[in-house]
Design a protein around this ligand. Structure first.
Ligand code: SF4
Length: 71
């Protein structure tokens, strides 16, 4: 498998967000909508402790490319 198909997982113990960078279309929706959690300037860029699970799920569902999804 090519390393372009990497899947990263970020969990807060309640929900797990899957990140598939090769699918991202750079719509910027995630970090414009919920910057404390999705901050592309930070490493790791996803902070699962920065908002409630409900808010994170709602934002992930806004991702148009499904690069972000809930496991
Ligand atoms: S919302 Fe989805 S497609 Fe848009 S930048 Fe974030 S991960 Fe990429």
């Amino acid at each position: 498998m090519s390393d372009k198909k990497i899947v990263k997982e970020y969990s807060n113990g309640d929900i797990t967000v899957l990140w598939q960078p090769h699918l991202c279309t750079h719509s910027k929706k995630c970090w414009k909508g919920l910057l404390p959690v999705f901050d592309p300037r930070r490493k790791p860029w996803v902070d699962m402790d920065a908002a409630s699970s409900t808010k994170i799920v709602a934002q992930v569902n806004e991702c148009p490319s499904r690069a972000l999804s809930i496991k």
